[in-house]
Write a protein that binds this ligand. Structure first.
Ligand code: NCD
Length: 343
């Protein structure tokens, strides 16, 4: 799947994590570091002055859409948006190809989320500007995997460890969770990883993803209980049950209460692990997800992920539009306002 796509660089679509090597991943992460003063609101920047983002979200989204749009705006560009099918001409039967050709005529880059696997690649085929995949059904979510790995590196480095050789546990809906598919594939660029996986019946990892990872020399362990899966892990990545992609019966069978909480981590003697989640966390009663009773643990990284999303998405736009670190630095200036709350 997605093999043979060109590496992600200026003038290219970003459809899959398979467009990265360790080298161009490092270049992207260096750009993400370079824009940190903008993400931290210490500086403002006009490097994308005059550029227009077309943001097309045909599935629900909070952080992905807003962080892509914020990233473009914070670089000095402008944004046009459409959300949902109801308010676009797709409700009148317009094809993906026509929609994409039309909107790409107004924009310098498109960000697209759509419920069908492979649909964003169809947008890319008809577009006259680069298309960034913001999630295509149960397929891929490359920008999420990029911000996850960017965060993972920083969290592990802070503890004197590296991604190479690490033990990561992934829990939850491994079948429909596109963030898991993209994360495991992107992490495969590193060396000597152990993936411990726990998924409820009917929500297991697709064989294609397992083969992708094992073919690159990594170990994949399928574990029967959450306690055993999280024992000894450096990093734990929990995910939500993707109810919108399954039958109501299967969703009901997976409304079981906490997937991971403080007591489970205590039983596994791993209260220090780095805790990640792509978010949103399902906070409804009986949801099978990460409990908020872990929120005071020292390894909680879920909001570092969301914050880092801004840096990584800025870096994605700068790459697609061919902007160098130097051009960013030259157009950055100190901002005269303050937006932080007083302590
Ligand atoms: C994820 C997605 O849309 O795949 N959300 C996100 O973009 N951070 C995960 C999810 O919806 O569970």
């Amino acid at each position: 799947m997605n093999q043979g796509l060109p590496l992600f660089e200026q003038g290219r679509h970003l459809l899959s994590v398979s467009q990265f090597t360790r080298e161009n991943l490092r270049v992207l992460f260096n750009l993400a570091d370079a824009v940190d003063p903008i993400a931290q609101r210490q500086a403002v920047c006009t490097v994308l002055d005059g550029a227009m983002l077309g943001s097309l979200f045909f599935e629900p989204s909070t952080r992905t859409r807003l962080s892509f749009e914020s990233a473009f705006l914070r670089l000095g560009g402008e944004v046009t948006t459409t959300t949902g099918f109801t308010f676009s001409s797709m409700a009148k039967g317009e094809s993906i190809a026509d929609t994409s050709r039309v909107v790409s005529g107004y924009s310098d880059v498109l960000v697209v989320r759509h419920p069908d696997e492979g649909s964003v690649a169809q947008f890319a085929e008809a577009s006259v500007v680069p298309v960034i995949n913001a999630g295509d059904g149960a397929g891929e979510h490359p920008s999420q995997a990029l911000l996850d790995v960017y965060t993972l590196e920083k969290e592990l480095n802070r503890r004197g460890k590296s991604v190479d050789g690490c033990h990561i546990t992934i829990l939850g809906d491994l079948k429909f969770g596109r963030t898991v598919h993209s994360l495991m594939k992107l992490m495969s660029l590193y060396d000597n990883l152990t993936f411990s996986l726990f998924a409820p019946v009917s929500l297991e990892l697709p064989g294609e993803v397992e083969r992708y990872v094992t073919a690159r020399g990594h170990k994949v362990r399928f574990v029967d209980t959450v306690v055993e899966a999280v024992r000894g892990a450096d990093v734990i990545y929990a995910t939500r049950v993707q109810r919108e992609r399954m039958t109501e019966e299967l969703a009901q069978a997976n409304a079981r209460g906490d997937l991971l909480n403080w007591a489970i981590l205590a039983e596994a003697d791993n209260l220090e692990a780095i805790l990640m989640h792509p978010l949103p966390r399902d906070s409804r009663p009986d949801s099978y997800d990460l409990s908020s009773d872990v929120d005071d643990l020292p390894g909680l990284a879920i909001f570092h992920q969301t914050d880092n999303g801004l840096n990584v998405r800025m870096a994605i736009f700068l790459t697609a539009l061919g902007v160098s670190n130097e051009a960013v630095t030259m157009t950055m200036k100190r901002r005269p306002w303050k937006a932080t709350l007083r302590p």
